[in-house]
Design a protein around this ligand. Structure first.
Ligand code: GLN
Length: 483
């Protein structure tokens, strides 16, 4: 059952081939069996079984919604009513939200059964899932390797089939990079497409929730559920949500694909380059036209991001002060002691580094030199995308500079770690949508292909990915030991 696609699971549930209780039970068993991957922070076994039984009643009555009875797991950044939400941090180890994030609410409304909450880098800051207070997650393709981050638990859970599908969030690559490193399909929607209400904020102008699944077909169903205007999120965009599944069978003959020469320059690993070349060749066979383009400001994305994201995080994380919620240090001597010890003890090293960088960049005297400068670069990068996407329909490129690296390998070198997102970060700065699909293997480790589109072109991206997945089977591979 655990290897079926979402449409097959939906059909199987409706035709009573198996029940939601059986399906849920089988995923819960797998979660227990593969506990060593550390993909979950919380498993909500009892509620999952109750909700599965309730779903079976609705299915029997013919009252099923789009995802009734389908087991899903959420990144632990999404607030869940009555279920602990930690954001991967000691700061929130004891925190239970009094409400559901809009994304969680929408999945509940659609009938999905939540299996639990997935491990992640602390406050979504990281590229390897190693900054989590709950420990590293292992990559199911090689348990000595990282799954990527920050949505590492989501990617590992989907790849190892410990959930039928999952949610993730992406501020600089956190859906696409772990999707690539774990061989699954992950989509970062246009900024504003999916509500951020109840999604714990890292860098509010960049954060976006999205689906993590086996295929574009599955991701289309998930995005259908997640997307849409939310009056509780002032940055959510009020524009119609197309029928993503219905848009999946369009021919891509004549599609113009742009390959930025900056993505394919000398810095790109030759094995990754060869894998992408083969994938692009498949698109050629499907009738696409390939064109080299130039996006000269892409190289400025990492430095600009590491001013803007920390600046926003330093403001967002100021709420964790030991007064209102979350961790509080023991016996504070006075208010200053309460603040400093709570934050000193509650946050991990990487989060503190970001808060320091961000506070510095926003301080009087440096604001113009760093923050304003970074905002100007952000505009230049957006203009690069605008210009490129007026010449071509989509842009393709790598997701990661290499396949999954070893656990512990980059933790001592933050700059090396930051460079893991060199191909994904510019997309968040521009706010455009992009997805990562499995495109092959190097030494038995998965490689992703990135497809970037214009604002609100998620339907087009999903169709382009789906066409490739009709003629390749990379997305159907399962890591050894997880069949
Ligand atoms: N790795 C990047 C960072 O650490 C991106 C993380 C993300 O997208 N949440 O900021």
């Amino acid at each position: 059952m655990h290897t079926k696609t979402l449409p097959d699971l939906v059909r199987g549930l409706r035709s009573r081939e198996f029940s939601s209780l059986e399906l849920t039970q089988s995923f819960l068993n797998r979660i227990r069996q593969h506990r060593h991957l550390n993909a979950y922070i919380t498993v909500t076994e009892e509620d999952a079984l109750l909700n599965a039984k309730a779903a079976d009643v609705r299915l029997a009555e013919g009252k099923a919604e789009l995802l009734t009875g389908i087991p899903i797991a959420h990144k632990d950044i999404f607030c869940t009513l009555d279920v602990k939400t930690t954001c991967g941090s000691k700061m929130l180890d004891n925190f239970t939200a009094p409400y559901n994030a809009t994304v969680v609410e929408k999945f509940n409304q659609a009938g999905a059964v939540m299996l639990g909450k997935l491990n992640m880098d602390e406050f979504a800051m990281g590229s390897s899932n190693e900054t989590s207070y709950y420990g590293a997650v292992k990559n199911p393709w090689n348990t000595q390797a990282v799954p990527g981050g920050s949505s590492g638990g989501s990617a590992a859970a989907v790849a190892a089939r410990l959930a039928a599908c999952a949610t993730g969030t992406d501020t600089g690559g956190s859906i696409r990079q772990p999707a690539a490193l774990c061989g699954i399909t992950g989509l970062k929607p246009t900024y504003g497409r999916v509500s951020r209400y109840g999604m714990i904020a890292y860098a509010s102008s960049l954060d976006q929730g999205g689906p993590m699944a086996h295929s574009a077909e599955d991701a289309a169903i998930l995005l259908q559920t997640m997307a849409g205007f939310d009056e509780k999120d002032s940055t959510s965009v009020n524009c119609p949500v197309p029928d993503y599944s219905a848009g999946l069978n369009k021919s891509i003959a004549g599609l113009k694909i742009g390959l930025p020469k900056e993505f394919f320059s000398d810095g790109l690993n030759s094995h990754i380059a060869a894998t992408l070349e083969a994938a692009i060749n498949e698109y050629r066979k499907l009738g696409a036209e390939i064109k080299e383009i130039s996006m000269p400001n892409l190289k400025l994305a990492i430095p600009a991001y590491y001013v803007i994201a920390p600046a926003e995080c330093s403001a967002n994380l100021s709420r964790f002060d030991g007064v209102r919620f979350g961790y509080r240090c023991e016996n504070p001597a006075d208010l200053t002691d309460l603040y400093t010890r709570t934050r000193g003890e509650g946050f991990g090293k990487e989060v503190k580094r970001r808060i320091l960088m961000g506070t510095y960049a926003l301080s009087a005297g440096y604001y113009e030199a760093y923050y304003i400068k970074a905002q100007k670069i952000r505009r230049l990068i957006s203009d690069d995308f605008k210009n490129a996407l007026s010449e071509v329909d989509v842009i393709m490129g790598p997701v990661t500079p290499a396949t999954a690296f070893g656990i512990g390998e980059k933790m001592g070198d933050p700059i090396e770690m930051y460079l893991s997102d060199i191909y994904t970060i510019a997309i968040n700065l521009a706010g455009v949508p992009a997805l990562s699909i499995p495109a092959g293997f190097i030494a038995e480790m998965p490689v992703g292909l990135q497809i970037i589109g214009n604002y609100f072109a998620e339907d087009m991206l999903l169709n382009i990915a789906h066409q490739y997945q009709q003629v390749t089977d990379w997305h159907q591979q399962t890591p050894k030991g997880f069949e």
